[in-house]
Ligand binder design. Sequence first.
Ligand SMILES: Nc1ncnc2c1ncn2[C@@H]1O[C@H](COP(=O)(O)OP(=O)(O)O)[C@@H](O)[C@H]1O
Ligand SMILES: [Mg+2]
Length: 350
Amino acid sequence: MSDQAVVTLKDVDVEFHGKTRSVHAVDHVNLTVNRGDIYGIVGYSGAGKSTLVRTINLLQRPTSGSVNVLGQDMLALSAAQLRKERKRIGMIFQHFNLMNSRTIADNVAFPLKGIKSKQEIKKKVAELLDLVGLTDRANSYPAQLSGGQKQRVGIARALASDPEILISDEATSALDPKTTSSILDLLKSLNERLGLTIVLITHQMEAVKQICNRVAVMDAGAIIERGDLLQVFSNPKQQLTKDFIDTTLQLDQAIESVLQQPAVKNLGPNDRLLRLTYVGASADQPLVAKLFKSYHVTANILFGDIQILQDTPFGNLIVVLSGDQAQVDTGIQYLKQQDVKIEDILKKEA
Ligand SMILES: Nc1ncnc2c1ncn2[C@@H]1O[C@H](COP(=O)(O)OP(=O)(O)O)[C@@H](O)[C@H]1O
Ligand SMILES: [Mg+2]
């Protein structure tokens, strides 16, 4: 993947001034999206995600700051130039925004009307429907499709002008988990097959985890944390980021049920209840074996979850380490040397 920036926001600020109150929706944000990225922007409702991405295609003009997209200073463009530039930036939404009185083929053809010949449009629409797996629904109407199929139409329509960037604003938020996953897979395959750069806005860290290579966390208009997906997942700095990640692991439920187990209720004075987090090669089995063999520390695994992020194992374990206190301490040092992140669960809960 090249590191060519396709979107550069510098010090972008958006304020809305109402009659009774003002909202600082985007607070001095800097953001760089590189070609080929699937860049996730995650945050709760009202964090400013939609407003921020709408500054990329200037559906929202920033109060201050600069917006550079595909080498163009967007704020310097004339209205006609801006219309042209916007064709290079597709967008999909939570509510699909389809025209209900028109067929699927007509919905997809709509952005091409008056730009291409009838023949060209027909060919392009067929290609696009094939790309999203809806060839057999060309003559159906939106009401006859499932939510997932409607979003596929939205994607096909967004790709009609061959954009280089696709902005997805909560595109899977109205869909069930299985359909969400299949739409995310489709986005990922478009990213790979077409070299499409994707900016994915969501309140679901699960979606980010499935396909993004980079992630930014937004809160109250600001980006509070950002980075490579694995780096952020393995070593989140902000509490909000930790909360988002723990939700995808369902770790809160795990900790709650672990705390009810006898092994935890009757912890000995030298026992340590720990959360271990690791990325990459530190497989759980050799670590546990080594702890016992070299330090005579037993590790009782109460919860284990290993997921594959970007082809790399990402492990979360809840364990009780028992043994002689000095040896438990040495064992913990050993784990740290293996790049295992260690947190005391009881201290955290207290
Ligand atoms: N056109 C607007 N006029 C006034 N306030 C707005 C407008 N659009 C968004 N806001 C406010 O800006 C804040 C951020 O909204 P938004 O960008 O939609 O957040 P998100 O997409 O993360 O849910 C919210 O407080 C919202 O009410
Ligand atoms: Mg939004």
